[in-house]
Design a protein around this ligand. Structure first.
Ligand code: BJ8
Length: 425
């Protein structure tokens, strides 16, 4: 039987609020069982990812602690702009710390204003409340200046855990690219100082190849799900994309590729998780950090299937690779910078390349409508939804924009809107 495991001794060692945190595994066990395990016809390869969730507060945390004891610093990040390749090249371990849970928001609201993005509040609350083993395991964190809520929160977060900040440009002209290259070089030096390891061409090349491998595996999986019937549910795909931010990369790549092999077999026999007539939805917008499964669960329990996520926990994380042919560190950093500057976050202006990308992914995924997901108080994605709607209207693409947070209060209302949208398709 599925169970999220507990390890109070490990949590104690990490300085967590164990009394409070011990309620978390049973709650997650119940939520995961209800949301994931009742799905019909799941691929067998999902067993590994179920296991990742079962070990989310124990097995993977033991690995991080062992890495620290072996002298490998663990670095937490909140944005796909922070180059994980350079952390790995310097011998560190990189984990994503974005918060996707309602349970830590009250902790954050004791300090932060209430009217900011739930993802920022959730992450900050996890640290303040000492109720996230990943936050407790990291040696330091790397934030960025993508949005106002994040960049000002990092100043406060630094009072709890050493917090460095990368400056992300707001535009994509030559001056902005030069600034970003300087930031990447500064990041490399800072990480080397913390790890005590200088990184040369060889280490960077290996890290680029490894993370390209992760991105390729996710690209492969995403293109398989575009078939109709889709061989994997949107919820399972979202889960895998969330796990990509904290699992050990080599193992993750191997398991995703195993799953792809299985799905290719399913496609040969026309086996899907839902009939061909199932309505196909693409989700775009703000990231959905673990364990935020709210919208996907609403869509799929309304009888549709999610076939693509245009999101940082989705294609924005893996659509672009880094050129692997560089011969020097300078060239490698330039190629890395070019790849990262392709990330079409709404924090940039103008950001029309994202609008084009959304339409492109819509066509490739065989979706029949787009639901644009915006976390409350995320002004950049919320305003960009206006342009996205205009583009969809022009292309004749059915479009629904929703703004929500992590609370269960609006689930009924969202379900009604989603069902009405599906009926219209
Ligand atoms: S590159 S999307 S991971 S910033 S949703 S915290 S923007 S108020 S998450 Fe993001 Fe990097 Fe961009 Fe991707 Fe602020 Fe908006 Fe909240 Fe956001």
């Amino acid at each position: 039987m599925f169970e999220v495991k507990s390890d109070p001794a490990l949590w104690e060692k990490l300085g967590m609020d164990v009394e409070r945190f011990k309620n978390m595994p049973p709650m997650l066990t119940q939520a995961y069982t209800n949301i994931f395990l009742g799905q019909k016809n799941r691929p067998q390869g999902m067993a590994y990812f179920d296991d990742c969730v079962a070990n989310i507060h124990t097995g993977r945390i033991h690995e991080l602690v062992a890495a620290k004891e072996a002298g490998k610093p663990v670095i937490g990040t909140f944005c796909v702009y922070v180059p994980e390749e350079l952390v790995l090249a310097a011998g560190g371990v990189c984990v994503g710390l974005c918060g996707g849970a309602q349970g830590s928001i009250a902790d954050a609201e004791k300090i932060l204003p209430r009217n900011i993005c739930p993802m920022v509040k959730s992450a900050f609350g996890f640290k303040v409340g000492r109720i996230c083993p990943y936050f407790q395991a990291v040696d330091f964190v790397y934030g960025e200046t993508t949005c106002d809520a994040k960049k000002k929160t990092w100043e406060l977060l630094d009072q709890y855990v050493p917090t460095h900040v990368m400056e992300i440009p707001q535009k994509k002209g030559p001056r902005d690219k030069a600034l970003w290259l300087e930031e990447v070089k500064g990041f490399k030096s800072a990480v080397e100082k913390i790890t005590g390891n200088a990184t040369g061409t060889q280490e960077i090349a290996e890290a680029i190849t490894l993370i390209n491998g992760k991105r390729r595996a996710l690209q492969r999986l995403n293109s398989l799900r575009h078939h109709n019937p889709s061989p994997i549910s949107g919820k399972d795909m979202l889960l895998i994309q969330q796990i990509a931010f904290y699992d050990e990369p080599n193992r993750f790549i191997a398991r995703v590729n195993d799953l792809c092999d299985e799905l290719e077999g399913r496609l040969r026999e026309d086996i899907g998780v839902a009939p061909v007539s199932t309505k196909r939805i693409m989700v775009s917008g703000t990231p959905m950090a673990l364990p935020n499964w709210k919208l996907h669960h609403i869509i799929e329990s309304s009888g549709a299937i999610v076939v693509n996520e245009e999101s940082c926990i989705g294609t924005r994380y893996y659509k672009d690779l880094i050129d692997e042919s560089s011969q020097t560190v300078d060239e490698q950093l330039e190629r890395l910078t070019e790849r990262y500057m392709k990330i079409d976050c709404s924090c940039f202006t103008p950001n029309d390349e994202r609008i084009d990308q959304v339409i492109k992914e819509y066509r490739e995924s065989g979706a029949q409508g787009i639901i644009d997901y915006c976390l409350q108080f995320c002004h950049t994605y919320n305003i960009e939804a206006v342009k996205l709607r205009q583009a969809c209207e022009k292309e004749g693409i059915p479009f629904l924009a929703i703004e929500t947070d992590y609370s269960p209060e609006d689930v009924g209302q969202l379900q009604t809107r989603v069902e009405a949208f599906l009926e219209m398709l």
